[in-house]
Design a protein around this ligand. Sequence first.
Ligand code: NAD
Length: 479
Amino acid sequence: MEFFGHIIDGQEVASVDGATMDDVDPYTREVWATIACGGKEDADRAVAAARRAFDEGPWPRMGYEKRQALLHRLADLMEEHADELAMADTRDMGKPITQALHDVARSAWNFRFFADHARLTAAETYPMDSGHHAYSRFDPAGVVVAISPWNFPLMLATWKVAPALAWGNTVVLKPAEDTPVSMTLVARLAIEAGFPPGVLNVVHGYGPDSAGSALTANPDVDRITFTGESGTGKIIAAAASRHLIPVSLELGGKGANIVFDDADLDNAVYWAIESIFRNAGQVCLAGSRLYVQSGIYDEFVRRYQSAAEAMVVGDPKDPSTQFSAALASEEHFTKVQSYLDPAALGGGRIITGGVGEGWSVQPTIVVDAPSDAKVVREGVFGPVAGATKFETEEEALALANATRYGLNAMVFTENLSRAHRLSAELRAGTVWVNCFFIRDLRAPFGGVGESGLGREGGTFSREFFTEPKAVVMQIDPAR
Ligand code: NAD
């Protein structure tokens, strides 16, 4: 059985106390790897290594060009090892291998994008009429702790690690305990690429009373960036407030997907399927609340159901599989299953799908669930879509905004004015019109309400991962 250790100070090491945890493949339900399980001592060692590398090492001082070259070298190596990286995520959380390969490509792109973006946006100048010249520097913030979830193990971790490194910080990453392998492989590749020791550290372990909470309590940390559940986000924000350090939180969602009578129906059905059944709905951005205008409701639900039933369901390691029903872990399966109880459905009817063998849930569509039903209100984080009928634009807007989450929303309409109107009125960090999941890494990403705090992406990441500094110089003393 392969062993994956912590990566601390450029070395792969076991936990100080020798503790390990099993890594289970949710499709086979068998242990496929052994992982070092870190505690406070391991977390503190990793932060100390990152601190030394930041205070004394070359990384923050080598300049943008050299960092850019190393980050691109890492992206090259990730692309060369794409099959191995993708298989690690597939075995760790059961996502179809074709989707895992897509995630690898996107993760390599995260490094390339932020390497280039940092170099191109490293300063701003402000010529002043008073005979002075002002400019801003974006100096690295220091030691960044990144804590990531299990649903996109590579993509969401690199979304944090890449900008943090590009801006000259050193990093300690704690991947989710269910999906520890792919980022360990990336940290090994960073050593191979020539990253100095201590620049990218990876510590494994659990959250509460384990490596996770020890990292957030360490006073030598300068930034915490977290993606995960809203409840965990509140705990982490409280930990950050004790040292008064900035925290960025990307949290849960319960996206509304609104389809109007005038929508291109084929396009709307395609994206409605993608938005809830991709990655078996284990997506913070999932369009799990589907609102369909009454004129097309029956036709839409009919087409939606037949598209859901036409998906190739199978072994996530098989490239022909479109939907892997095995959820990421037994614990998660139990949670998703509970939303299919009659009490959670509140009178809603399951027209297709339901629980399958092992830890699996088939593509599931629920109709007629009232808006106060648990399955409609809460983030299910599984392949369960609830379809609801609406009559007017005002009604759709009110339904969409009636949630404590505000990560994203989707609107399907051919009416340009309505598209802009709703984009302005929807309470969400991202609104997709006639599409879903498309990202430009320069754009802000984050949520409102219980979906998060702060934004990352492009210059938004720059603000978070740096200490912007103003420098004002006298140029012309006569003025
Ligand atoms: P989680 O909050 O249980 O765990 C996320 C990470 O935090 C893990 O690495 C975990 O070990 C760690 N952790 C847990 N408790 C901690 C503590 N007290 N101190 C420090 N670290 C701690 O979330 P999850 O179940 O892994 O992920 C699923 C959740 O993430 C869903 O709610 C989903 O909506 C959300 N999510 C949000 C986004 C986004 O961009 N907004 C993206 C993906 C997932």
